[in-house]
Design a protein around this ligand. Sequence first.
Ligand code: NAP
Length: 309
Amino acid sequence: MKAISYRRYGGPEVLEYGELPDPKVGPDEVLVRVRAAAVNPVDWKAQAGYLDGMFETVFPVVPGWDVSGVVVRPGVSVTEFAEGDEVMGYVREDFLCHGTFAEYVAAPIRTLARKPRAYSFEEAAGLPLAGLTAYQSLHTALGVRPGETVLVLAAAGGVGSLAVQIARHLGCRVLGAARASGRDRVAELGAEPVDLDEETFTRRVRELAPDGVHAVLDTLGGPFLPHAARLLAPGGRLASIADGEVLALGGRYYWVRPDAADLAALADLADEGVLTVRVDRTFPLEQTAEAQRANAAGGLHGKVVVTVP
Ligand SMILES: NC(=O)c1ccc[n+]([C@@H]2O[C@H](COP(=O)([O-])OP(=O)(O)OC[C@H]3O[C@@H](n4cnc5c(N)ncnc54)[C@H](OP(=O)(O)O)[C@@H]3O)[C@@H](O)[C@H]2O)c1
């Protein structure tokens, strides 16, 4: 199959485009013909070696964890999916080797759900990793409830924009903190915008929520995290997906898990029109390095997606 891979840690320059053997399909995996794979910051962080202490790495590594595509062959014990099913997945295994920037990936069924009918393959590829992170952070890490006020840091980003939509759907009031360039996007998603500006951030949140916020979801890290921690109402909860310093602030550091039931819930929300995924840029598979550069450069308010026609 045609695939993107790297043989040593590094930036986009280590990516190679060429032939690799087709994946073997385990008993509880399905072979997916990839149609689209979204780029996430973790792809280029893993490729740079930052996750070396966390995941065994078997070179050459095909990067990429997000996927949408079509099942071409279910494993011998799979009854959940059949040939021709359109699926999406967060195909994170316990080691780095078989990713989604390729024509085919063998995906464990615990990482997959049906593709939302209302979504294109490109949109569906942008949902699993960011959507599961937002969904699980709000439900599992923060336990948000209807009527609560939730502050989301970096609310215009991939995870942040989905967190805003999910929290709104749960009946929360959402304050969405973003750079000034993301203000309109945050408002469009249904949150009350707060500029990520050192001068005005705390004052603005206190104006909007004088009694404090019930929950903070940090998808940014850095100096706004301790500021946000001070804005919690008594008993308020704090979680970060981007900064381990959250533990020192009494909050929870959350890592997204592959979960077929949560992913199926996201597919339902997508089909009900609750969740939209904005795709900003697409690149063909052989230009995955360019796609990574576009994601790392920031300034987009939607996903960067690699397509495999
Ligand atoms: N723990 C987990 O399970 C987990 C899961 C998913 C993601 N993450 C991490 O969470 C973070 C966000 O992921 P994502 O997929 O949402 O990324 P993304 O789509 O690239 O969005 C990042 C957002 O952060 C904003 N931003 C970046 N630097 C900023 C700064 N200095 N000041 C203000 N805003 C800034 C960006 O705004 P601009 O576009 O204006 O730059 C953008 O809106 C990444 O660090 C990622 O690795 C962790």
